[in-house]
Design a protein around this ligand. Structure first.
Ligand code: G3H
Ligand code: ZN
Length: 283
């Protein structure tokens, strides 16, 4: 069933687990996520980035995600990931997304607040939830790149003011993770999560969570992270399965024979993540 981002995350916050938010670009990926969620009885968030929407087209993404959500036996939110474009955010709302992210983190604080408030005013009028970002998460997520030197951690007091002044439903915080494949070993600033949690009352979001060791993710959840974004690890599992299949079956030309195993491999990775996030059995 389709639910809002706020609804799905408030339950996670209340019960001390995190909902997995997985990036989608096509039918097989959406099916892998929904099958994993149903098999583990996990609430789940399907999220499309600007790049995903450019690739598949908003109508295809929305139609696939809505079909999946309406038919699913578990709560599903449909979310725009790292939205930076006003028109595209409105288009997602019009196409039935139940949640959007406005990522104005590249702007100075006051401008971030102003841009976020503008989106919230529109989204909340039609009961769509809003996630914002404060601090700058390093790395590359599709169209958005933040160089290592420009990445900045979220200031707890600023986070409190930001949430109070904007009325945002959830907040993405920069605490040491980065988008994409890690060069070194990611180190999460757990004390910062705690400091933010102590003074900020909305659900907190961890981006760039692929490649982060599971003990760290479990600890982040125990300290108050309620939404965990995963993209890179899913891409890797999907593509690895395709490579392996082609290596073993170089003459096969049926795309379904490649995509089927890729979907199955991705599903297993998602189920593993759901176990770590503590969302299993919560639906
Ligand atoms: O917004 C999406 C995520 O933060 C995904 O990051 O590709 O490092 O898993 P990741
Ligand atoms: Zn992200």
């Amino acid at each position: 069933m389709l639910v809002t981002g706020k609804e799905i995350l408030l339950d996670a916050q209340k019960n001390g687990y995190a909902v997995g938010a997985f990036n989608v670009n096509n039918m097989e990926i959406i099916q892998a996520i929904i099958e994993a969620a149903e098999e583990t009885k996990s609430p789940v968030i399907l999220q499309a980035s600007q790049g995903g929407i450019d690739y598949a087209g908003i109508e295809y993404v929305a139609a696939l995600a809505k079909t999946a959500a309406h038919n699913a036996s578990v709560p599903v939110a449909i979310h725009l990931d790292h939205g930076t474009d006003f028109d595209q955010i409105i288009s997602c709302i019009r196409n039935g997304f139940s949640s959007v992210m406005i990522d104005a983190s590249k702007y100075p604080l006051e401008e971030n607040i102003a841009v976020t408030k503008e989106i919230i005013k529109i989204a909340h009028a039609v009961e769509v939830s809003v996630e914002a970002e404060l601090g700058k998460i390093g790395g590359t997520e599709d169209h958005i790149t933040v160089e290592e030197k420009d990445a900045t951690f979220t200031d707890p007091q600023e986070a409190k003011d930001f949430v109070e002044r904007t009325g945002v439903d959830s907040l993405a915080i920069a605490v040491g993770t980065a988008h994409g494949v890690y060069k070194g070993i990611p180190k999460i600033d757990f004390d910062r999560i705690t400091e933010i949690r102590n003074i900020v009352d909305v659900p907190l979001v961890l981006h760039g969570s692929s490649g982060v060791d599971y003990d760290s993710l479990r600890k982040a959840v125990s300290l108050g992270i309620c939404k965990i974004n995963i993209d890179t690890d899913l891409r890797a599992s999907f593509t690895k399965a395709i490579h392996e299949f082609i290596e073993e079956n170089p003459t096969v030309i049926d795309p379904r024979k490649l995509l089927g195993p890729a979907r199955a491999a991705m599903k297993e990775v998602i189920k593993e993540k759901m176990e770590v996030f503590g969302s299993v059995g919560r639906a």
